[in-house]
Design a protein. Structure first.
Length: 456
């Protein structure tokens, strides 16, 4: 496939590759056909045009006013580079002054400031990465947990793309045979093995369905999960919050209405970042401040991925629920099980606990976290890392491919014409190709790479 490099593909781009702020080193990166020449105009040391690829050279970065900083200039020659173009990296002293001055000097020497994601986009255009791998770069940078980082790294290695490409190649072979039959339709010649077609569609459906199911877990890894704890005053919400965190984060008191505002903190569980939010006790009140806390509790619940409604088993009164939070998934947990006898009806609760002893009861705490995880993440945590989908764009193409497979199966079972089967197969192939970038367009590329940081 010919990939659109954009109107500025012949420019040499430059950007900081390290973040702003105090540090030991800062790196400024150039990529493009003029990288060596432009860097050579401001680098006083080795003649970069004579430098071998993948070599580092010490010298001074200078402008018309004199020396700026002593730097290490590393040369990478095309095509064996990350972008497929000539690349030069200047390592200068850390902090903003040296790096910003180096960047200004290189811009004055003829480079252009890189757009967000442009280095990675050039890697895609030049065949160094496919589109799924390019997306994995951004996901790895923004990973919120070790597990998320490992999944992004697995995608970056290319096994996810390889499996999809193999699936696509097999379907292309079958499509070519079906379309060959159409060319010889008047002679009633069969080139395609119908049993093989059925088997391949079944295999493709199984493979893509597993990927589609993994998306719930994949998005949880990328975005994290927000769990809001609600309940009546003194239901034990703050005690539960402290137990989940493993330390006393929230003030616990027997006085109703102690918690007035949301208090949130993060917990890592099986590689997923959970944000737990403790909220004000829900009740009708004439206290203006407490009423505002109740309102905020409802708002926080309406924006949650899951609401844990904690009920005092000694006083299982209903709480007011706002209309906005009614559509949010909710689990009912009974608290203070240690203070009631065994005759209470536990069937209405997803789990009953004693929040006051939860911090020292590892098994019960694990059971509660597993309940929360099952309600929000699902059960795909043990999937092979390269088979976990984290991209909304990829998920949309997988769903579209599955729908086309279903139509193709219906056509086969009903004895429909080869034209219809061919059309559905072609869409499956196109949807899979769109995931890896074998089929794409400039608008899709702009949308993906615009979410990258500058310098990557």
């Amino acid at each position: 496939m010919e990939r659109d490099a954009g109107q500025n593909s012949n420019d040499t781009i430059v950007a900081r590759a390290t973040p702003r702020g105090a540090s030991a080193l800062s790196v400024v990166r150039l990529s493009g056909p003029g990288a060596l020449e432009i860097a050579g105009r401001v680098f006083d040391g080795m003649n970069l045009n004579e430098a071998a690829s993948h070599t580092a050279h010490v010298g001074w970065l200078s402008d018309q006013e004199g020396s700026i900083d002593q730097v290490v200039c590393t040369v990478f020659r095309a095509p064996g580079t990350a972008t497929g173009e000539d690349v030069v990296e200047l390592s200068c002293h850390g902090g903003d002054v040296a790096a910003d001055t180096a960047l200004r000097t290189l811009l004055d020497a003829g480079a252009r400031m890189a757009e967000p994601g442009e280095f990675t986009q050039r890697a895609f255009v030049n065949g160094k990465l496919d589109l799924a791998q390019a997306e994995a770069v951004a996901e790895l940078i923004h990973a919120r947990s070790e597990r998320a980082g490992r999944i992004s790294s697995a995608h970056l290695k290319g096994q996810f793309s390889t499996e999809l490409s193999e699936l696509r190649d097999g379907l292309i072979q079958l499509l070519s045979l079906i379309e060959l039959e159409l060319d010889f339709s008047e002679e009633d010649v069969a080139f395609a093995d119908r049993d093989r077609l059925v088997a391949m569609l079944k295999s493709a459906s199984s493979q893509l369905h597993a990927l589609a199911l993994s998306f719930r877990y994949g998005r949880a890894l990328v975005d994290g999960i927000r769990v809001v704890i609600v309940g009546a005053p003194n239901a034990g919400k703050s005690t539960l919050m402290n137990a989940l965190l493993g330390y006393d984060r929230v003030i616990v008191s027997q006085i109703p209405g102690t918690t007035r505002d949301e208090v949130e903190a993060h917990v890592q569980w099986n590689g997923v970042d959970f944000t737990f939010v403790d909220t004000a006790g829900r009740r009708e009140t004439s206290d203006v401040i407490e009423a505002e806390g109740v309102r905020r509790s409802g708002k926080a619940a309406s924006e949650a991925d899951l609401v844990v409604e904690l009920t005092d088993l000694q006083d299982p009164r209903p709480i007011p629920v706002s209309n906005a939070e009614e559509s949010v998934p909710r689990v009912l947990v009974g608290n203070k099980a240690d203070l009631v006898d065994s005759t209470f009806d536990s069937s209405r609760y997803a789990m009953v606990i004693s929040a006051s002893s939860l911090m020292s009861d590892e098994a019960a705490l694990t059971d509660l976290m597993q309940l929360i995880s099952k309600q929000t993440v699902g059960s795909d945590t043990q999937m092979a890392e390269h088979r976990v989908v984290t991209s909304q764009r990829q998920q949309a193409h997988i769903r579209a491919a599955l729908a086309a497979i279903e139509r193709a199966n219906t056509s086969l079972n009903s004895g429909s014409s080869g034209d219809m089967i061919s059309s559905d197969l072609r869409q499956v192939i196109e949807e899979i190709g769109a995931i890896t970038g074998e089929i794409t367009n400039e608008d899709i590329l702009d949308s993906i790479f615009s979410r990258f940081c500058i310098g990557k």
